[in-house]
Ligand binder design. Sequence first.
Ligand code: TYD
Length: 197
Amino acid sequence: MKKFITFEGIDGSGKSTVSKRVYEELKRRGYSAIYTFEPTDGEIGKCTKKCIDKGADPLVIALLFIADRIEHVRKIKKWLEEGHIVLCDRYVDSTYAYQSVQLEGQMEDPLEWLRQLSNFVIKPDRTFLFDIDPEEAISRIKGRKTTRFENAEFLKKVRKRYIDIATESRFKILDARKGIEDLVKECVKDIMENDGD
Ligand code: TYD
């Protein structure tokens, strides 16, 4: 069984809905699971969100996401040591995908820079990548409070970057146009299977 699972994808891909349902299903089956997310609701996570809203410098935003994660990883390690299954809505790949696109033109190789600053992270056993066309994703989140990142042109680049980085075996790319129930089943089945690596 896999123990540390992350959910990734562009805004509106449905990963939050599906991950919460996966959490409920694991609990229903009697597993001790923890549901967590990034940006976190801690001090740094809240500050990160404010800075995005204010349109802060992308370098500042990148470093805030990483700082938020440093504290989060400490908690995740503890939960895993205590024997819980940890489900995390967004993790390091969000930074690789979103911030590497945001930092394009500001430095030579933003993705490599972000990877170097992320050597403290623990590797998920599985990362579900919810893949969807940005136009469709945006139409799903219409009416909800949106962030600066939620425009089709930017999300197109983020989607492509996600696919480019999803080369390790821990990734499983899911067609996010499928129904919620099918996606939940697919994730739960995969989590129950052996770690593989
Ligand atoms: P999101 O998961 O949408 O939080 P909420 O639904 O609670 O508002 O995250 C907010 C935005 O932050 C989203 O557009 C993705 C972006 N983001 C990054 O750019 N880098 C990161 O490392 C993370 C975790 C999120």
